[in-house]
Design a protein around this ligand. Structure first.
Ligand code: B12
Length: 321
């Protein structure tokens, strides 16, 4: 294609974008805009327009630049066209993380809403598909074992049953390396979000460790389980026979919310137990969830209660009535 044809195509696209209300930005040398990350390639004030796209026309060099839709300011930008009460709408939007006030384009989502949705979904998928940071596991001397999932994350997602059972190798390693019958056994599992473990482990682990010391509870040898589901607690219980097992595990990520962790707990876990025998401290994350430091302290309190009542889950609740 010669330069003339190329220019004609570019001009036609620019014309179309302009007709859609997308203003070409001032000319920026192509080498500068190409090297800058999207969010930095335009001044901040222009990033906050309600229009998520801008076009930079450079003769034959057209760059379509997307503003970052995930910034707080962009999320809080009301999308409703000419709202009757703009202040009321903004106030309402400030009360929730739900996607309200997004407006619409005809019967469809506005481009800004679609881009935000896609960005948030990417955060969720990253959390689900990547592995927990090995550095963090090393910091807490966690050795790694695996469940019966052998076909990677895809199999993990499709076969929850395999994620509930330890592999034969894992059983062997755990039996060899771990202290038996501790008061408290802590295990860490990737579950459905590696980001959750990365975000919270450094905060919650020291609280549990020092809490055990203060309460004079013996702490077992902690370890990490890859491709882990909650039901694996039974296998661990059969092998190590702790009074209380605390499994720190990544929760199913919400849209754009990936760092939420749970602590599933059971008194004397063993084959045959189910979720009715367990407790969960959920939504552990900084900035809006259960703070991981508080969650650690609460987990320990709950463990002491389980030991005192010699039960957990529904049975324990029934004893209270
Ligand atoms: C997915 C889910 C479910 C699914 C689980 C199906 C499955 N096989 O994955 C279904 C719809 C069955 C479910 C049911 C219930 N759930 Co639910 N669930 C969740 C959710 C959205 C994600 C859990 C997760 O990511 N787990 C981690 C992965 C790796 O675990 P997994 O091994 O794949 O799946 C196991 C756990 O999810 C566990 N589980 C799920 N919910 C609950 C609740 C309790 C109390 C326990 C002990 C275990 C448990 O059951 C699965 C099978 O073992 C959370 C929300 C959150 N923020 O965590 C709520 C959540 C954990 N559930 C909750 C509740 C209350 C329940 C129910 C008691 C609701 C009811 N009244 O019937 C039931 C009981 C579940 C049971 N298993 O006995 C609450 C717990 C609140 C609390 N602190 O007690 C949460 C936090 C939702 C909420 N915000 O209210 N749940």
């Amino acid at each position: 294609m010669d330069q003339e044809n190329l220019d004609a195509i570019v001009n036609a696209i620019v014309k179309e974008l302009t007709a859609l209300g997308i203003q070409p930005s001032p000319v920026v040398p192509a080498d500068q805009t190409h090297t800058l990350p999207i969010s930095e390639s335009r001044p901040v004030e222009t990033q906050l327009d309600s229009n998520p796209i801008s076009a930079v026309a450079l003769g034959s060099d057209l760059i379509i630049d997307l503003n970052d839709p995930t910034t707080q300011a962009a999320r809080r930008q009301p999308g409703v066209h000419q709202p009757i009460d703009p202040e009321g709408l903004s106030a309402l939007m400030d009360t929730t993380t739900a996607r309200i006030g997004a407006g619409r384009a005809g019967v469809r989502l506005r481009t800004a809403s679609l881009l935000l949705f896609q960005s948030d979904l990417a955060v969720t998928q990253d959390a689900l598909y990547r592995d927990v940071d090995a550095k963090i596991l090393a910091e807490f001397n966690l050795f790694q074992v695996q469940t019966q999932v052998t076909g990677g994350k895809q199999e993990y997602l499709l076969r929850p049953d395999l994620g509930r059972r330890l592999s034969a190798e894992a059983r062997h390693i755990i039996t060899k390396r771990c202290v038996k019958s501790p008061n408290i056994q802590v295990c860490v599992g990737d579950g459905l979000s590696a980001a959750a473990i990365d975000a919270n482990l450094r905060k919650i682990m020291p609280v549990i460790q020092s809490g055990c010391q203060t309460a004079k509870l013996s702490l077992g040898t902690p370890f990490f389980i890859q491709y882990c589901r909650v039901g694996v607690m039974n296998d661990i219980g059969d092998l190590l026979k702790p009074d209380v097992l605390i499994l720190l595990i990544g929760e199913r990520p919400g849209l754009g919310r990936a760092e939420s962790m749970s602590a599933y707990m059971a008194y004397r876990p063993a084959s045959g137990q189910n979720d009715a025998d367990r407790e969960v401290i959920c939504n552990i994350f900084d900035g809006g969830g259960t703070n991981p430091l508080e969650a650690g302290a609460y987990a320990l309190q709950l463990a002491q209660k389980m030991i005192k009542k010699q039960s957990s889950g529904v049975k324990s609740r029934l004893m209270e009535t």
